[in-house]
Design a protein around this ligand. Structure first.
Ligand code: KG4
Length: 340
């Protein structure tokens, strides 16, 4: 009997369902919510409502595409947290309801674990490289910036993390401040590709150990833009490519300094990245470059796995399922989730 897992992801503003069979992807359906665009960020109440509308059709589509019936499922894996409470409630409640209706066990997954394991989603007919254990994962998103040592599919140690803002937050808030729109990461990434990364410099933090800080660099950009605009009201418009390139380079420098330190301290040479910011082209190029220079084996997730998706939840759930874990039906979602 194959192990067939339905994954459900609803932690933020993407409603997604995926089916994997023995670790191989059969379907991955994502409904991205457009309602937030005009608000410059995700509006939690609107996100929950959109999840409620999307969840049934998205799961049906995922099952249809996979050619799998509900009764074929071995388990339903769902994101328990971290994320927006109202959004998480929709996916969690749906998983529990389907579990009761069809008599299928549920397995809870930490959303971050999904990002960490995204490289393990296998696809039929595709050659894939997978990191071997132990590896380091640079986990970078709108809510997290961490270096995680992954010793096995379910064995994690956080070596360092941000003490204030996440790097994605720095991208988003600074983009908003510069009037470039939301989400900021992709916009800054695109503009940075046409700019000079060495033209301007911004303050870098001095944090001991492997922890990160991104609030200082954000303030540094804020004051810089404010002062320059006072001298020339068109400064932003005339220089936005160079500002974005220089700002992005500063963020990447900060991320890479600690990652290099972590690799040196642990002697680990298997390195992956995950989370929304792992889509950043500058970061992807840099990690590849540093990897070549330092003899690391680097693994970059496919772009479709950098954003929120249920395929990564299904693969993480699969590992929990194989370990014999089953989640009781009185489980409730949690907006913050410290442990993996
Ligand atoms: O993991 P994710 O989809 O969701 C949460 O953190 O909830 O990450 C979203 C973050 C946002 O801050 C967004 O600006 C950032 O990922 N992001 C990027 C890029 N694409 C998305 N940051 C830099 N460059 C990108 N290309």
């Amino acid at each position: 009997m194959p192990d067939i897992i339905l994954g459900i992801e609803s932690s933020c503003d993407d409603t997604s369902a995926a089916v994997i069979r023995d670790g191989y992807l059969l379907s991955n359906v994502i409904a991205s919510q457009q309602v937030h665009r005009d608000f410059g960020g995700v509006v939690p109440e609107l996100a929950s409502r959109a999840h409620e509308q999307n969840i049934v059709p998205v799961v049906s589509q995922a099952l249809d595409k996979a050619g799998v019936k509900v009764e074929d499922l071995s388990a339903i894996a769902f994101t328990r947290g971290p994320g927006l409470m109202g959004s998480l409630l929709v996916g969690t409640s749906f998983a529990k309801t389907l579990s009761i209706a069809a008599g299928i066990p549920i397995v809870m997954v930490n959303h971050l674990q999904g990002h960490i394991l995204a490289n393990f989603v296998k696809e039929y007919g595709k050659e894939q490289r997978q990191p071997s254990f132990p590896y380091l994962c640079l986990l970078v998103s709108g809510g997290n910036s961490q270096i995680v040592k992954v010793s096995g599919p379910l064995e994690y140690e956080i070596l360092g993390q941000t003490i204030d803002d996440a790097v994605g937050e720095a991208f988003d808030k600074c983009s908003k401040m510069m009037g470039l729109g939301y989400p900021g990461g992709p916009v800054i990434d695109r503009l940075a590709a046409r700019g000079n990364p060495d033209r301007f410099s911004f303050a870098k933090p001095h944090i001991p150990g492997l922890d990160y800080s991104f609030s200082g660099v954000k303030t540094s950009l804020l004051y810089f833009v404010r002062d320059q605009l006072a001298l020339d009201p068109d400064f932003m418009e005339k220089n936005k490519e160079d500002i974005c390139a220089s700002f992005q380079k500063t963020l990447i420098d900060i991320l890479m300094d600690k990652l290099i330190k972590a690799a040196r301290q642990t002697g680990i040479r298997e390195v992956t990245i995950g989370g929304g910011v792992s889509a950043n082209s500058g970061l992807r190029d840099r990690i590849t470059l540093e990897g070549r220079k330092r003899g690391w084996n680097t693994y970059l997730p496919e772009f479709r796995y950098t954003t929120d998706n249920a395929a990564m939840i299904a693969i993480a759930g699969y590992f929990h399922y194989l370990a014999g874990e089953r989640t009781p039906l009185d489980v409730a979602p949690v907006s913050r989730m410290a442990d993996f």
